[in-house]
Design a protein around this ligand. Structure first.
Ligand SMILES: Cc1cc2nc3c(=O)[nH]c(=O)nc-3n(C[C@H](O)[C@H](O)[C@H](O)COP(=O)(O)OP(=O)(O)OC[C@H]3O[C@@H](n4cnc5c(N)ncnc54)[C@H](O)[C@@H]3O)c2cc1C
Length: 382
């Protein structure tokens, strides 16, 4: 074992309380929530009471102003347990940081306390039916009309879409200006004209309320513009390394846990009168996966350490997301194989993890887009 150096004693105490909470409040219900397509809304409020939401939020707005290690611990514990219905990572690591980093004092005062308490669930709506990887192709528009913007368009695949009370919407305020005409708006879910569509029927992550959202002449007060008009694309680029690190952290935590479940399984399961663990193929597979897990863990921890010091660059975050999620999917596939037919049964955590993990290579920027980012950095002049 290579000892981890990214967490201190307080972090580990926090981990202990997250772990106990998940065991008590989530484990008994997650399978039912998968059938219902979403977690119980009250889970968010309970998590808020426990201080699990938005650990980095400033003290001035009721937050604990902790380091990103606390977010990482929540991500790891959810990754380790496979409770993928819980959208706290999207809320704490991705959406709320936009308000913290680009919001006005008024916006922070209005929303942050309730984001921390779980009274407000957030989402971020970039993707549209016709625009995913190519965000410059967003067609949702926000046209200024007096003191408001009039928002029209539709979004799809939005995490926390059903529970969301506040959505950061990526819209064109100047469609002719391309990326420079993109802005971010804070849209409250009860705004007239804002409709939540279908809770999408996915291959995995079945308790996650990934949804369509529709905006039909929604009046958004100009005061709900996040940051400056036309700067939305730049803000998205600035926030993406943390989003990708968060995905990488959950990927390696899930991979490590799945390997552990598989070790337990192959020791128990017998074929040809001997434990599956006694076959050399099993031993070699486990050894290969464990070696890769160790290397991946060291790399992702180093990225986390860099992120503590705000030194994690865009290309390195892309490498972390690319490698960790490709590896997670490869490991889970091998682990399903070692489980035989049981590995394909939904009641086995390994089957769920295999299905849940597939999207890790798709969202937060597909792994092909990660390769574009990495190679662009390598090939740039100067
Ligand atoms: C469960 C889930 C949750 C999600 N949550 C959110 C969310 O909360 N908010 C949000 O805004 N979005 C969310 N998404 C959307 C996600 O980010 C997009 O699906 C993703 O960015 C890919 O976009 P797309 O689906 O339009 O695929 P496309 O962009 O159509 O890509 C199709 C294929 O073409 C490849 N491709 C595209 N462009 C290039 C290129 N230039 N070079 C090489 N290959 C290329 C892609 O890599 C992919 O393999 C979520 C998606 C899922 C499935």
């Amino acid at each position: 074992m290579i000892p981890r150096t990214v967490f201190n004693e307080e972090h580990e105490q926090f981990r202990d309380s997250v772990r106990k909470f998940l065991e008590k409040e989530v484990a008994p219900h997650h399978a039912q929530w998968e059938k219902e397509g979403q977690v119980d809304r009250a889970l968010w409020n309970k998590a808020g009471e426990m201080g699990f939401l938005c650990p980095q939020a400033p003290e001035a707005y009721g937050g604990l102003e902790l380091d990103f290690g606390y977010n990482a611990i929540v991500d790891e514990e959810i990754g380790r347990t496979g409770f993928t219905g819980i959208g706290w990572g999207l809320h704490s690591d991705i959406a709320v940081p936009y308000i913290v980093n680009y919001g006005t004092d008024e916006q922070k005062d209005k929303y942050l306390r309730r984001c921390i308490s779980g009274e407000i669930v957030t989402a971020i709506a970039m993707t549209e039916p016709g625009a995913g990887s190519d965000l410059q192709g967003v067609r949702t528009t926000a046209v200024r009309d007096g003191g408001d913007y009039i928002l029209n368009g539709s979004k799809t695949f939005i995490t926390n879409g059903q529970h969301a009370d506040l959505v950061i919407v990526v819209a064109k305020t100047d469609p002719a200006a391309g990326a420079a005409g993109t802005s971010l708006l804070l849209v409250e879910a009860d705004s007239p004209g804002f409709k939540k569509g279908t809770n999408l029927d996915k291959v995995g992550m079945k308790a996650q309320d990934t949804s369509e959202l529709f905006f039909d002449d929604v009046r958004v007060p100009a005061g709900n513009l996040l940051g400056a008009e036309g700067q939305g694309f730049i803000y998205l680029m600035q926030e993406l390394p943390q989003e990708r690190l968060s995905v990488a952290i959950s990927a390696i935590a899930n991979a490590e846990a799945a390997l552990g479940w598989t070790v337990d399984y192959v020791k128990e399961r017998k074929a040809f009168g001997r434990p599956v663990a006694s076959f050399q193929n099993t031993q070699f597979k486990l050894a290969e996966l464990a070696s890769e897990c160790t290397a991946m863990r060291v790399f992702i921890d180093r990225c986390l350490e860099l992120h503590y010091d705000r030194q994690l660059d865009v290309a390195t975050a892309a490498k972390a997301k690319l490698l960790s999620t490709d590896f997670q999917c490869k490991l889970l596939d091998e682990c399903v194989q070692l489980h035989g037919g049981y590995g394909y049964m939904w009641e086995y955590p390994i089957a769920r993890a295999w299905a849940d993990a597939r999207v890790q290579r798709i969202y937060a920027g597909t792994n092909e887009i990660m390769k574009l980012i990495i190679s662009r950095e390598m090939l740039k002049d100067g």
